[in-house]
Design a protein around this ligand. Structure first.
Ligand code: SAJ
Length: 435
């Protein structure tokens, strides 16, 4: 294999797979992207991005016009032609809160059929610790080749944040671990083509897997702490945001921001992968589990705030309309995966409320899938209780007089609290002192 100009096959053309493919292609390498969704393949081959991400459309257009990126559903043939195969497929959680590795396993099976001596297989999907060694490598070795002797294996987690993916992919530090030094070094040479960021080589595959999981777990645990502080502050009449922001002036304190719960395909899932691995080894992870419970409990807490606010207004949740502002899992993204809006909508409906939802970025179909009635901004603002769930910039200019029925619950810290004092509005919020 020529490592000056390896041919690459990337399995998975999603939020991370497609930008990775486009970056390698525009760096001058021949890249084949493999995915199943025909519509997605068509769009990419026309030089268009099926994913909303700043700069991605232009990058895909450039990669395709350079004739360096093509998308296909032929996984085995792509492996036969490639020198390096990169796996960036989703690893969701099943109903038992364990990693669903089906996509990783079937992709590795496909790759094993086209694997040749001298190839390098790189895994980027987030996986429980030990997956590369115990699951990926045995599947790849079904090819009859031996990992380490005949082909290389490396793990490098994706760590870019949606909405700033391209910048973070090309500037964040990258972590790489290999089955051996040669594998790690080959992967480092490859990623140096697309990143200006530092590349950190760790001891082995499992260390690299662990790094990814503990990063997101740190954030989830920290947010759980912020949420617990917020709920206590509400009860004792302290503005939690003021307290947290002030505490964060201390040089060694960085408390995260409370909210309606933790969504997205990473923080709400990855901590469970550590719990799973710990339990498989006869251990427990009580802190991580408790923090997950706290964050998963936030939609219940928000429901309580809504009930309290409506009660003050002399209304019943059962007979009320609720207007949700924002269903995306966080501000300024169009992504509603694992959004805390979903359990909130479910709980409110179970309690008999009619739930309307507005989101400037998420489609009406997705809003329906989440269980709410898609509505205009004005309709949501006209409900018996308005609940701000996502901190889209679009909502930053919301003013008390826009809340028609004068009952407002805010789960994010984007509004100026002073605006909500001393007026007739019934206002409650996560981490806001009860008025
Ligand atoms: N959230 C809070 N309070 C905070 C920060 C976040 O409630 O102070 C909530 C958000 O509203 C959202 C969820 O947590 O619902 C997750 O948001 P996020 O911005 O922390 O993270 P993600 O899921 O968009 O992306 C994370 C990032 N990981 C870290 O910052 C350590 C990203 O770099 C990773 O690439 C990504 O996970 C991933 O793919 O693992």
């Amino acid at each position: 294999m020529s490592f000056n100009n390896p041919k690459i096959a990337i399995y998975g053309l999603g939020y991370i797979g497609l930008p990775t493919a486009a970056l390698f292609a525009t760096s001058g390498l021949k890249v084949t992207g493999v995915a199943r969704n025909k519509k997605r393949l068509e769009l990419i081959n026309q030089g268009k991005s099926p994913i909303e991400e700043p700069g991605l459309d232009e990058l895909v257009a450039k990669a395709v016009s350079m004739e360096n990126l093509k998308a296909t559903d032929k996984g085995e043939a792509s492996a036969e032609e490639a020198d390096v195969m990169i796996v960036i497929v989703p690893t969701p959680m099943d109903k038992f809160k364990r990693a669903d590795l089906d996509a990783v396993k079937s992709t590795c099976k496909t790759i094993s059929k086209g694997l040749k001596k001298g190839n390098l297989v790189i895994i980027e999907s987030t996986v429980p610790q030990g997956t590369c060694q115990n699951i990926v490598i045995p599947i790849l070795e079904e090819s009859g080749l031996k990992a380490g002797d005949d082909f290389g294996v490396a793990y490098t987690p994706e760590r870019a944040i949606p909405n700033n993916t391209l910048y973070e992919m090309t500037h964040n530090a990258r972590v790489i671990g290999g089955i051996d030094d040669e594998s790690a070094d080959m992967a480092i040479t490859l990623y140096q083509r697309i990143t200006e960021g530092e590349i950190i080589k760790v001891s082995n595959l499992i260390t690299a897997e662990t790094v990814k999981l503990i990063e997101n777990t740190f954030r989830d645990v920290n947010i759980a702490l912020a949420n617990e502080i917020a709920m206590i502050c509400e009860g004792i009449g302290v503005d939690a945001i003021e307290a947290i922001n002030t505490a964060n002036h201390h040089p060694r304190v960085n408390i995260h921001t409370p909210g309606p719960g933790v969504g997205g395909h990473c923080l709400a899932i990855d901590p469970y992968f550590i719990v799973e691995t710990a339990e498989e080894h006869g251990m427990e992870a009580p802190i991580i589990r408790t923090c997950r419970n706290t964050n998963e409990g936030m939609p219940n807490h928000v429901t309580k705030l809504i009930i309290d606010a409506l009660t003050e207004a002399g209304k019943n949740l059962r007979d009320s309309t609720i207007g949700i502002l924002g269903v995306a899992y966080k501000g300024n993204v169009d992504d509603a995966r694992e959004t805390p809006a979903e359990p909130l909508i479910r709980i409110l409906k179970e309690k008999g409320a009619d739930v309307y939802a507005h989101d400037p970025l998420v489609s009406d179909n997705q809003i329906e899938d989440l269980g709410a009635i898609p509505s205009d901004y004005e309709v949501a603002l006209g409900c018996d209780c308005v609940v701000l769930v996502t901190e889209h910039d679009f909502y930053k200019d919301i003013r008390p007089e826009m809340i028609k029925n004068k009952v407002f619950v805010c789960t994010r810290s984007i509004l100026n609290l002073d605006d909500y004092k001393n007026n007739t509005l019934i206002f409650k919020g996560v981490g806001k002192p009860n008025n």
